[in-house]
Design a protein around this ligand. Structure first.
Ligand SMILES: CC(C)(COP(=O)(O)OP(=O)(O)OC[C@H]1O[C@@H](n2cnc3c(N)ncnc32)[C@H](O)[C@@H]1OP(=O)(O)O)[C@@H](O)C(=O)NCCC(=O)NCCS
Length: 149
């Protein structure tokens, strides 16, 4: 499958597509209300949003990068690939882009809290499990993972 265009959402329509996919993949299946896919620091100037757009204009994959309180450390959050696009390199393209951006901004380490089912994906991309972390919605175990950039 050809590589899809990678953009930073800017227009209201692009942000609508961005949040729609976040909601559909990461919140709706667990009965969470619309709006629960948004984070307080999404609009912060230090938060970088990335999106791959499908030919029909919908989002094929989304993710974001933001600083953590630890010096030199950035965090990837809200990584979501549309079911029809999973397994076609979309997640890899997004993660590698965010890591390149993190490196350019001087970060030396990337961390994330992976859902249990996504741990093998992040491991394939060079992340190592540090420790179990929280359980989301009472049912989804997460694992803190890290990668030196
Ligand atoms: C997890 C997720 C982001 C992966 O994105 P994706 O586009 O499907 O993954 P890619 O096609 O880019 O896979 C990249 C590599 O990881 C491997 N991989 C992906 N998922 C894997 C899995 N579950 N187990 C083992 N390997 C996996 C692929 O085989 C591929 O390897 P290759 O490049 O050597 O061929 C995506 O499936 C998803 O959104 N899942 C549902 C939501 C979710 O769990 N998000 C993460 C929240 S922490």
């Amino acid at each position: 499958m050809p590589l899809l265009p990678l953009t930073t959402p800017r227009t209201p329509a692009e942000f609508a597509a961005y949040y729609r996919l976040r909601y559909e993949v990461l919140r709706q299946p667990w009965g969470q209300p619309e709006g629960s896919e948004r984070a307080d620091d999404d609009p912060a100037p230090t938060t970088l949003h990335a999106m791959l757009t499908a030919p029909d204009g919908s989002a094929a994959g989304v993710a974001r990068l933001s600083p953590t309180p630890e010096s030199g450390q950035a965090q990837v959050r809200y990584m979501a690939v549309a079911p029809a696009w999973q397994g076609h390199g979309v997640g890899r393209q997004l993660l590698e882009y965010l890591e390149a951006q993190a490196r350019q901004h001087g970060y030396t380490e990337c961390v994330l809290h992976a859902r249990q089912a996504a741990v093998p994906f992040y491991a394939r991309l060079g992340y190592a499990v540090v420790a179990p972390s929280h359980t989301l919605f009472g049912t989804i175990p997460h694992f803190l993972m890290r990668k030196a950039l």
